[in-house]
Design a protein around this ligand. Structure first.
Ligand code: DGL
Length: 284
């Protein structure tokens, strides 16, 4: 994997682009390190059916968990600028790893509403009767100070077990979430949480809702799963309403999907997760 040797001052020079006034009919930009953010995008299309989406999967660089904080910030800035160039009126960072590493810097630089995702720890602490919560995350999120602070801020009197899940994002990126290898890894990550008798499991990565059925098949029936697609789309709606940017008519243009990956199976992988035919364009 090669990371462009760009520096942050490069982005500062183009921040003026974000100050162009937006229209209600402009699209919403949404991106992830890969295909995981489709789980958020899908919910947005259900909650806000009048909005047009432009989705970018940075799959060439996934998982972000394997690259440095500085490299994540660089990728996030490159993608956000592309979305601004495409006239997006708001940006959704549909990636926990990118949110904890780069949202503060991006908000300082761009003036459009920017919505991030963070694991649903607060609702988990309220809902857990056993006061034992598991959180599935990528290694980069598990190591992140902002994430640790979020856990400590919201866990109240609950015990929290953070489980990094190495390799799962990569397999979902390859459309292999039904493979034997995937199932073996998933069992390995869930079994300590079963031993700890958690009753609430937070999916702290946007790729993970695509394995909800597999998780339910392994975990005891009393374990509830919490993900963030609904709160994110509600927050997006509030932000658009606040800035008077909610679309008032159904979109004239179809949703557009881009990926930085040159894998010839992109159309198939996207379509399988989206559950209808998608034509993916190359994002360079
Ligand atoms: N979907 C991303 C997230 O929510 C995956 C992170 C990664 O690429 O490491 O964190």
């Amino acid at each position: 994997m090669v990371i462009d040797t760009l520096h942050l001052h490069t982005f500062k020079n183009i921040s003026a682009k974000s100050t162009l006034p937006s229209n209600k009919s402009d699209p919403i930009g949404i991106f992830d390190s890969g295909v995981g953010g489709l789980s958020i995008a899908k919910r947005i299309t259900e909650h806000l059916p009048k909005e047009q989406l432009i989705y970018i999967a940075d799959s060439q660089y996934a998982p972000y968990g394997d690259i440095s904080n500085q490299q994540i910030i660089e990728r996030v800035n490159i993608i956000a600028d592309e979305l601004i160039n495409k006239k997006c009126k708001a940006i959704v960072i549909a990636c926990n790893t990118a949110t904890v590493n780069a949202i503060d810097q991006l908000r300082e630089r761009l003036s459009v509403p920017i919505i991030g995702v963070e694991p649903a720890i607060k609702p988990a602490a309220t809902l857990s009767k056993a006061k034992k919560i598991g959180i599935l995350v990528t290694q980069a999120t598990a190591n992140n100070e902002r994430f640790i602070a979020l856990v400590n801020q919201h866990k109240n009197d609950a015990e929290v077990f953070i489980q990094p899940c190495l390799g799962l994002v990569e397999l979902i990126e390859q459309g292999q979430q039904k493979s034997e290898k995937f199932n073996l890894l998933l069992n390995q990550y869930l079994s300590p949480l079963i031993t700890k008798k958690i009753d609430t499991l937070v999916l702290g990565c946007t790729h993970y809702p695509f394995m909800s059925d597999a998780i339910k098949a392994i975990m005891p029936n009393n374990v509830q799963l919490l993900e963030t697609a609904t709160p994110v789309s509600e927050q997006l709606k509030r932000q658009l309403a606040k800035h008077q940017l909610l679309a008032t008519h159904p979109p004239k243009t179809a949703h557009k999907f881009y990926s930085s990956s040159t894998n010839p199976r992109q159309n198939e992988i996207f379509s399988q997760l989206w559950q209808s035919e998608i034509k993916v364009n190359l994002f360079k």
